[in-house]
Design a protein. Sequence first.
Length: 533
Amino acid sequence: MSAFKHLSLVLVLSSLAPGFAQAASNELPAACAALAELDSPGYRVDAAQWVPAGEIPGGVPGSTVTVPDHCLFQVVIDPRESGMPELSYGTGIELRLPADWNGRFLFQGGGGLNGTLNVATGSVRGAPSALNRGFAVVSTDGGHRGRNNVDARFGVDQQAKLDFAYQAVEKTTYEAKALISRYYGRDPDYSYFVGCSTGGREAMLVAQRMPLEFDGVVSGNAAFHFAGLVANQIWSLQTVNRMAPRDDNGNPLYSEAISHGQLEAIKARLLSRCDALDGLADGMINDFQACDFTPAEMQCGTPGISAEQCLTPAQVGGLEDIFGGARNSRGDALYGKFHYDTGIAGSAWRGMHLGNNAGMPANAILGATTMKGYILTPPQPDLDPLAFDFDRDMALTEETAAINDAVGLLHSTFANRGGKFIGYHGMSDQGMSSGRIIEWYENILPRSEAGPQDWARLYMVPGMTHCGGGESTDAFDMLTAIQDWVEEDKAPDRILATGAAFPDVSRPLCPYPLVARYNGGDPDSADSFSCQP
């Protein structure tokens, strides 16, 4: 939204009936209904209704979430038709304003290619949601509504592409703050952004491009180097295609490129080699920096490796290429490397890289579709991903990368005004490079000789797949961690984590490059571990 339109909205809000701000504190349901008066050309109000405490539909079909008494406001800014079925343009916003407001604002990041308006509750795995804690919470569809959050057809439209890249986040931030101010009669005391995947990219984006707007940012498993990520998915597809056996018609059998038994054997070898490096063999590889496993030690002919478990030279080379990440013919990295972790034998890794049974690998769908419709300039709907040339075609990704990718390093304004950043990343993320986020973190500014620890910290989560799952302790309250750091100056030297994969077990997440090391005592308790080099 232009600065003029933003000012116009503020003036409209200001022109509501006298006493609106006072009504917001005493008669919140009526104040909520009054937001419907904002409906105007270019500003379509879809909902302005009071929601009583209870259960509402969640983001997953059939699921529910618990909410407190609150006002639900939904609007689409600059709605436009696309001319394509089930696709429309315009920045959709959902804002939920709790009756018992704690004076804080939280922007809930999106996912995939957005295109859907997610329920704005600010969920936290294993802890109460932000809305239930009293935060005003906003979400956005990223500037378009599609069939689902992997529908890339919007990429042909210049404004829709700009919206997904960054402008929808800007518009949503400004509009949400203006609405909060008028509804409650004052500005938020603190503003936070929390997201994972695309939401993690958006979180990094606001710290880099909107350094005055947020006090604390949490970015998980971020798709921040998106052009490289999508290219890397095609790199993996091409690699698996070379390894895969063929059926009678010559079609690749992707799911048979590496057997499940071989992957389980790799996992077992990896654990035997690296699990106890932190002082305890517990199924989690904390000291990934010291882990020196390579697929070559599983090659057929190696003593102690059975014929059923061993890898052919082609499989060894293929795994090295997948985990090494996309490169051009000169050997230059185009994305980042992946660390070997327990998730290699899990369904998430198999689904992404090999497919399941007769299913196509996820990177054949996500990578190819996103490259065709969104990343390339101009879009190439007929692109054959197996013919993508990493020397020739990467240049066609640069225009989108320039507006979309949150790879910036300079954060001087954000950090110097007291902004705090927490990043986290699952070591078994099947699509997002663990090496790439570490590389970014090791170069961000400002920093002292010890690094950027005064304002930014990164936590690598053993075993965790994309944004959760895997053989991991994947439940941790980053919202409380960032609040305590911003508001109480309590730096998150360790963060407690639990998870369904390890019942009754807790572990500390340590800020990189420190490692959770076992000191003795109860092996199930985080108290038995300390964060050490």
